[in-house]
Design a protein around this ligand. Structure first.
Ligand SMILES: [Zn+2]
Ligand SMILES: [Zn+2]
Length: 302
């Protein structure tokens, strides 16, 4: 069953909620922009948003190009005749020029185990992409500022509404802990690392979290996890930034991947992966794979 959009704030609607979130940002003129497009299997939940909002969106914006955020960007942009705005450093991953750095199952936790069965999708959106303006203001969304938040990906962006103090953070952070089995199962609200197994530069990710904490947002809508809001959120964000701790181990923890306008230019060596040596880990991983299969089949059904 396609999900119904939920209004979260006067100009913010949640249009996808589950493994990954997507948002619609509306303007005072009742126009709207789609921010992120979910997994391929979420298409049914997104295709009729033009009916819900009474018109097609003015544009699609991607916080970044990972498979769970760009999954339907091409199809929806064609359907609605709109452009897909991305940061210029994200372009090579969306034109087939470069693959993202391989995900890292050795950071630990359920999401890391799931990456063993999630194929690294490659999209080719050549001809549909528009580069974000240098001044960070998207013409269709003058009330929102686009903020560069690299680390999770080199061209990752977040969206910030200064007047309403609303932050759309993509995977610069998460509002549930997907590195913990309990966190992933319950999606209990907690400021957490965004997509650890997919993050190839932890120092940049840390700097981006500090940048976001400085905004003093009272509403944080992330790519994964439930919305967080409240007067104490600025303090929670500051605490999260000051105690920011990358995973204890992992391919990119000490040695980040490097990038240029053309994509990946350096990858640290593949780490030793002890998967298979430890029976408890195998049992845990099997449970996660089953959960992953369940998630994927549920997505297929919607
Ligand atoms: Zn991501
Ligand atoms: Zn994501």
């Amino acid at each position: 069953m396609p999900m119904k959009p939920t209004q979260l704030a006067p100009h913010l609607h949640q249009v996808l909620f589950g493994f990954v979130n997507a948002y619609a940002v509306t303007t005072p003129e009742d126009d709207w922009v789609l921010v992120d497009t979910g997994l391929k299997t979420n298409f049914a939940s997104l295709q009729n948003l033009d009916t819900h909002f009474g018109r097609p969106p003015l544009a699609i914006v991607l916080t970044h190009g990972h498979f769970d955020h760009a999954g339907n960007a091409g199809e929806l942009a064609s359907r609605w005749g709109v452009k897909i705005y991305v940061h210029h450093l994200e372009r090579p991953f969306l034109t087939g020029q470069s693959m993202y750095p391989p995900s890292d199952p050795t950071v630990g936790g359920p999401l890391a185990q799931m990456t063993r069965v999630i194929p690294n999708a490659l999209f080719n959106l050549t001809g549909q992409l528009e580069t974000l303006p240098e001044d960070g203001i998207l013409p269709p969304l003058p009330a929102w500022k686009l903020i560069e938040t690299p680390g999770h990906t080199p061209g990752h962006i977040s969206l910030w509404n200064e007047d309403e103090r609303i932050l759309i953070a993509g995977d610069a952070l998460a509002t549930a802990d997907f590195d913990s089995y309990l966190g992933m199962a319950t999606k209990k609200q907690k400021l957490s690392l965004g997509g650890s197994p997919f993050t190839p530069d932890w120092e940049a990710a840390r700097a981006s979290v500090h940048k976001l904490a400085d905004l003093e947002a009272v509403v944080v809508a992330a790519g994964h996890g439930k919305l967080m809001s409240g007067a104490d959120l600025p303090q929670q964000m500051r605490d999260f930034a000051h105690t920011f701790t990358p995973p204890q181990q992992g391919r990119y923890v000490e040695n980040p991947a490097r990038f240029s306008e053309k994509g990946v230019t350096f990858l640290p060596p593949k780490p030793q992966d002890n998967f298979g040596r430890n029976a408890a880990k195998i049992a845990g991983a099997a449970a996660v794979v089953m959960l992953g299969a369940k998630l994927i089949s549920r997505r297929k059904a919607d």
